[in-house]
Design a protein around this ligand. Sequence first.
Ligand SMILES: Cc1ncc(COP(=O)(O)O)c(C=O)c1O
Length: 437
Amino acid sequence: MIDHLAHLRPDPNGIHSDGIPTAALEAPPLESTVNGVGDQVDPFTQKIEAWWRRTQETKSNDLYYYFQAVDALEGPWVHTEGKRKLMFATYSYLGLINHPRIVAAAKAAADKYGTGTHGVRILGGTLDLHARMERTIAEFTRREEAIVYSSGYVTNLATVSTIVGRGDWVFSDRWNHASIVDGCLLARGKFVRFRHNDMDDLEKQLRRAPESAGKLVIADAVFSMDGDIFNLPAAFDLCRRYKARLMLDEAHSIGVLGKTGHGIEEHFDMYGSIDLKMGTLSKTIPGIGGYIAGSAKLVTYLRHTARGFVFSAALPPAVAAAITEGFHVLEDEGVERNRILTCNARQFISGLQAAGFDTGLTESPIVPIMVGTEERALAMTKYCQDNGIFVLPVLPPAVKEGTARLRANVTAAHTAEDIEFALGVFIQAGRLVGVID
Ligand SMILES: Cc1ncc(COP(=O)(O)O)c(C=O)c1O
């Protein structure tokens, strides 16, 4: 029997991959052949055919909500495939997409420099816009220097695999994002995973490493599936005690944590505690790219040795300019937008909890609505999508068996009325599928 839910399962190893299906799934054996009955089907065809059948089957069951094309934005509302939906599957936490200052900066850069660059940064691809962008990030993060890669994914992949060489050890939280996991897999050192946010386990693992080994501890600052916050104070102490470097991924904490949106160091009042400060430029900052901020020596090392940087083209001028202006807007408007975001998250989470929903460990605008089984998650998603809410499910093994959920991200662009409307739909859906009474 074809498992028409299988393509929605993101990862076979329980590795978080941001709820996105990965190609790592084992394809089931084909029941019929592509090349004719009885023909031997090669392994590539098997994989490709299995995915084809799964997506077709899921579409025909009206359960496929990936790749919906948005053709118009109206604040937090989007127009897609002829319908207007309130967006809860966005990372635009402070609602900066379409901010006039950022759009104007991007347009001016395209007018002046065109749409591309001359290649990789280290050769002819660096514009003054790139230098300004990296200086702005260094200042925002209060570090000497910053290096920008072409995506957040590449930033983790290239940085971890460059830093962690033969004989080194990397200690990665079990709930870390797939890009970190992939960086660890690519690295030549020893890859160790510690239990999620469990500092006793982290210490146990650190003790196993030889004293002389280079040690890197790495985690998401805010975990992308559950919205909980990494225990920076305890991890910082352990890193100092065991002479380990600390790298945190601030994809979901920039703009979100701290009263001014400066992230996890502001949240814990621990500025300067992270050795490699990683962030993405595709979430609160509405562009694309990722950065590492740190000492001038660290960044110089990465600029000359990180293959994902050295051998990949520079960001387009419009993006570099948008990112720079995005950080300036964050400095200017972060406090007020963060206040609204916090208010909205509180309204949403307390409304869900009052209705009887389990919202897991969240301490942020990433709100998991725990529903247990995949069937319930898919049925709830369908009800929400059919009734004006753009939200997507997260299913095992991306998350533990029995912890399927809808992941709803609140933003500062939502109004109190939007949140009330969404609560009404989620509650109705929850009742319909039996998640709440
Ligand atoms: C924690 C985390 N790190 C890294 C990334 C990758 O960033 P990007 O999408 O900018 O490549 C993501 C993406 O969602 C993420 O959630």
